[in-house]
Write a protein of this length. Structure first.
Length: 463
């Protein structure tokens, strides 16, 4: 989180610095070019004025000496070009009016146009600055004076100023980076704490809270709202746990007392009412069973699970052996398949209880002649324990509702509270796993439990 904030902040800062320094760099280059161009125009105009007088007076030797001295002092070439394009005098050899860099400027001057800037010369360009001015006026053009100025000094000056701007930009980035670290920490600390406390509450540590006095105002309000929500959630769970404890103590005793009194009436019941008497006993037993199932479901939803390493294969073996007698009595073939051992992570007794529910449902719903298979397999990512049967199964709509509390299949007419799958799903979820219902390969129902695999234990060396 903090890294992403820093990257975003520094990226925006970099864009802002570039957006500020780039136009300034262009302005500096344009200003330096304009200053040099104005100086060259002044010198070229002066030479054009003098050349007009001396051309008409025939004193070109004096002009030759002056432009030669000018070239020697400043390194700027000067040439006087006649209207036919021929160089009359020049401060050095090699100034050719037909050269591509000079041609356009010289022709414009011979047509009577004053010198105009030819664009910005950037530090990476090595072309000279060419300025040409007409001799005479627009009515009578006697020629043109052209100056060819080296731009080494201009490009060096621009480069030095750009270097200063780059240093300023780097300094701004360095200062911004130095400020970004504490700002990012100040901004991210409440979010990191909120993440840690959220995970703690999800583990059942309901007393954990976040500090609501640090960070930006928006995060402070978020932290305060989170603490209020966590307090209300904790109060609701405490109230539910209290109700479960109260109901467990207050209702078990009356139910046991009713069961005992009904049994004491067995001798007093007339033989003709024996069936009614047995029905009353069964209903009391059914009420007790529903009550215990409700309490189990409520505890599964509220109590936090402490995960431990289990062997899913061994547990499956034990549950198949435990249910074998009931399966034989119901005419159901109960088998075990898959790997022998599958280390997994779950709360103690969770997989035992879940398999009891799934195997019992499969035997009950499969009917005589059915086959129920308990399959265990797994890989590095997780362990799967599935109870498959070839019974009538469920429709897609029924499978979607089967794990809802108190749901029972409407077409079976079987007794039960409708809490078995709901309890199993709550227990598996509390252990960080999943319970899914699918159609089995044999056309019946497959109830698959997926648990996290237990980490591999390092083997101790044998001495």
């Amino acid at each position: 989180m903090r890294r992403r904030l820093l990257i975003t902040y520094l990226s925006l800062l970099g864009v802002a610095v570039v957006a500020f320094l780039l136009p300034l760099s262009v302005t500096i280059a344009s200003r330096e070019n304009q200053g040099m161009f104005i100086d060259r125009v002044d010198d070229t105009t002066r030479f054009a004025t003098v050349a007009g007088t001396w051309l008409r007076g025939g004193r070109l030797s004096t002009l030759q000496s002056e432009i030669a001295e000018y070239d020697r002092l400043y390194g700027i070439g000067v040439a006087v070009v006649l209207p036919d394009g021929v160089v009359r005098i020049a401060s050095r050899a090699g100034i050719d009016p037909d050269e591509p860099l000079l041609r356009a400027e010289v022709r414009a001057a011979l047509s009577g146009s004053r010198a105009q800037p030819a664009g910005v010369i950037w530090p990476w360009q090595h072309r000279p600055m060419v300025v040409a001015e007409p001799i005479g006026n627009s009515g009578a053009i006697d020629g043109a004076v052209v100056t060819v100025s080296p731009t080494d000094g201009l490009r060096t000056s621009i480069g030095q100023q750009w270097a200063v701007l780059a240093a300023i930009g780097l300094m701004l980035l360095a200062v911004g980076a130095a400020l970004a670290i504490p700002i990012g920490r100040w901004f991210a600390r409440p979010l990191n704490e909120l993440d840690e406390v959220t995970h703690a509450i999800s583990r059942g540590e309901l007393t954990e809270r976040v500090h609501d006095d640090v960070g930006p105002p928006e995060l402070r309000r978020l932290a305060s709202s989170f603490n209020i929500m966590a307090a209300r959630l904790s109060a609701l769970i405490d109230r539910q746990r209290g109700f479960i404890s109260y109901a467990s103590h207050q209702l078990r005793t009356p139910l046991a007392s009713v069961r005992l009194r009904v049994e004491n009436l067995a001798d007093a019941a007339p033989p003709a009412d024996a069936a009614e008497y047995r029905l009353v006993v069964d209903e009391v037993d059914r009420l007790s069973a529903i009550f215990e199932a409700v309490l189990t479901f409520a505890r599964a939803d509220t109590e936090s699970a402490e995960l431990t390493d289990i062997d899913a294969g061994g547990i499956a073996d034990d549950r198949v052996v435990a249910w074998q007698a009931m399966a034989d009595a119901a005419g159901v073939r109960l088998t075990r398949a898959g790997v022998d051992s599958a280390p997994a992570r779950a709360a103690a007794q969770t997989l035992d209880q879940v398999l009891d529910v799934l195997i019992h449902n499969a035997i009950k719903n499969g009917g005589a002649g059915a086959t129920v298979q308990v399959l265990v397999d797994g890989d590095a990512d997780g362990v799967r324990v599935a109870v498959c049967d070839d019974g009538p199964g469920m429709t897609d709509e029924q499978m979607a509702q089967a794990m809802r509390p108190f749901w029972r299949q409407p077409d079976r007419g079987q007794a039960g509270a409708g809490l078995g799958l709901a309890i199993a799903n709550a227990l598996v979820t509390a252990s960080g796993g999943t319970l899914r219902l699918h159609r089995s390969a044999a056309g019946g129902l497959e109830a698959g439990v997926r648990l996290a695999a237990a980490p591999a234990r390092a083997t101790e060396p044998v001495e």
